[in-house]
Write a protein that binds this ligand. Structure first.
Ligand SMILES: Nc1ncnc2c1ncn2[C@@H]1O[C@H](COP(=O)(O)OP(=O)(O)OP(=O)(O)O)[C@@H](O)[C@H]1O
Ligand SMILES: [Mg+2]
Length: 504
């Protein structure tokens, strides 16, 4: 009997395989980090072959840890870092270049060029996104223009593009030997190429970008059988039946299925998703319009999204680049060696600022420094920046929705940080709620796959699995909150207008 579903979570910092039971509880996990490659300021790359090796390895770890085989697994779900672009040769199966990661800013000149005719919002009414380095479309263009021979091969139909869901799916289903080249609607909605209404690639936009349509994967729903794992895989013959981009997967894993429900995930970056049901809502306040999920032939669910580029990665930066902590959880201890931020504010605009500002000309800034400030204040300001950035996004959501969120459902690696969660509740002035299963990204992908094969009967089954673990209430008075927000917004101003044409 197949009593379990496995989710592959191909994230920005690591790949995980997690096995879930029918209650949505974790049975076992395999996890492996991959190298973050920073060739130049603003450039971020991953090695797709390392990622694929890690995915295979973590599947093995998860199965072995729980002493299970493929016969115990009803379906495979895939979730992934979203806008990260892989381009590979369909004959050799080899990537023509490293994966260009979503945070990478190298394509700003491509964005500027495309924006000359009609501005950065020229495609927004169709695709829901402004032109920005963040999305995968501009990264494909960079590869075609900068990797020797890529343009010719692409025109000849020899190259494939995919976000890492497609890369994993294609390899898992046989690669050069009949691999399935597909993606789901949520990932497709992050490329700049998909029409939100028709859920199809727009030939006119592909042409404007100079991307041959033959490179593009087929767009499928988030929950259906795409194919089966190939014969040499530990999961051979198991159906791959769910794909959701990581943030949409987390929303699904939080069982936020109803219009008006939302979640905020604290991982490498932070991503707040607000479900707008079957309606496509265009933000007036700097949010993206994106696909939430689509189950088989059922109607498409849309969402508004507030994407923040740098949150958990700021903690990694304190650890790896600054060396003031030796592990991420240590930041909490360091931040609580001081009683407040000492007037220090840290705007981590490492990739410019995403939502709700969308300012590629911003760069990171630590302001308010005096001789008094120490590393405790820096650590504290870094944690507080995560909460302040979230506050800015929630203000945008409230303004778009016309009603205020009454509580915030949270998940992701950083929600283990008690000081951060308390400060988050303080600067929002509403409660912050954490579920028992904080691995909602993997859970959402498992749900999508399990639904497609009848492992779960419907959304009610999934909603019944959701359980509250902990809740933080605001303990900050209004005057102090207003003072803090005023200073934070002043700091944000200081980070802007930094990048001139000759700033590398
Ligand atoms: N106790 C903690 N306090 C603060 N930050 C933490 C803590 N534990 C983990 N983090 C941060 O959380 C992030 C990891 O969270 P998570 O595991 O959700 O990310 P992820 O899923 O690997 O991200 P992605 O999917 O983007 O790869 C890391 O960036 C790490 O710096
Ligand atoms: Mg993740």
């Amino acid at each position: 009997m197949a009593d379990y579903v496995i989710a592959i979570d191909q994230g920005t910092t690591s790949s995980r395989a997690i096995i879930f039971d029918k209650k949505g509880s974790i049975v076992s996990t395999g996890q492996k980090e991959h190298e973050q490659i920073f060739p130049k300021p603003g450039w971020v790359e991953h090695d797709p072959l390392e990622i694929w090796r890690n995915v295979q390895e973590v599947i093995g770890i998860a199965l072995a840890t729980a002493d299970l085989t493929r016969h115990d697994i009803a379906a495979v779900g895939i979730t992934n870092q979203r806008e990260t672009a892989v381009v590979w040769d369909r004959t050799t199966g080899k990537p023509v270049y490293n994966a260009i990661v979503w945070q990478d800013t190298r394509t700003q000149s491509i964005v500027d060029r495309l924006a000359q005719d009609g501005g950065v919002e020229r495609f927004k009414p169709i695709v829901g996104l402004p032109l920005a380095t963040y999305f995968s479309g501009t990264k494909i263009v960079w590869i075609l223009e900068n990797v020797e021979g890529a343009r010719e091969k692409a025109e000849a139909g020899d190259l494939m593009f995919g976000t890492t869901d497609s890369w994993v799916l294609w390899n898992l289903t046989g690669g050069t030997d009949g691999g399935v080249h597909a993606t789901d609607v949520t990932n497709a909605s992050r490329t700049l190429f998909m029409d939100l209404e028709t859920l199809e690639w727009r030939d006119d936009i592909l042409e404007t970008f100079g991307v041959p349509r033959s490179m593009m994967p087929e767009i499928r729903s988030s929950s259906e059988v795409y194919g089966a794992a190939e014969s040499s895989s530990l999961l051979r013959e198991t159906p791959i039946a769910g794909i959701l981009g990581d943030q949409q997967a987390a929303t699904f894993g939080q069982a936020a299925f109803q219009t008006g429900e939302s979640k905020n995930t604290y991982g490498t970056g932070n991503f707040l998703i607000f479900n707008t049901g079957e309606e496509i809502v265009h933000s007036k306040n700097g949010l993206l319009t994106t696909v939430g999920y689509k189950l088989g032939d059922q109607p498409t669910h849309y969402a508004l999204e507030g994407s923040i580029a740098v949150t958990g990665s700021l903690i990694q930066w304190l650890r790896d680049q600054l060396g003031i902590i030796s592990s991420a959880p240590e930041v909490e201890k360091l931040a609580t060696t001081v009683e407040d931020n000492g007037g220090v504010y840290f705007v981590p605009a490492f990739s410019g600022l995403y939502a709700p500002y969308w300012r590629p000309d911003a760069r990171g800034a630590i302001v308010g420094l005096t001789r008094y400030a120490n590393k405790g204040h820096i650590a504290r300001a870094a944690l507080e920046a995560v909460a302040f950035q979230t506050r800015d996004v929630i203000d945008a959501v409230n303004a778009d929705a016309g009603v205020d969120l009454t509580e915030l459902k949270v998940d992701g690696g950083m929600v283990a940080n008690d000081a951060l969660m308390q400060f988050q509740a303080d600067v929002l002035g509403v409660p912050v709620v954490r579920p028992v299963v904080a691995e909602t990204t993997a859970l959402g992908a498992a749900y999508a796959a399990g639904l497609a094969v009848g492992f779960w009967a419907g959304l009610d089954d999934l909603a019944a699995n959701w359980q509250e673990d902990r809740r933080w209430e605001s303990s900050m008075d209004d005057a102090e909150r207003d003072r803090q927000l005023r200073l934070w917004r002043k700091a944000v101003e200081k980070s802007m207008d930094w990048v001139d044409d000759d700033v590398k």
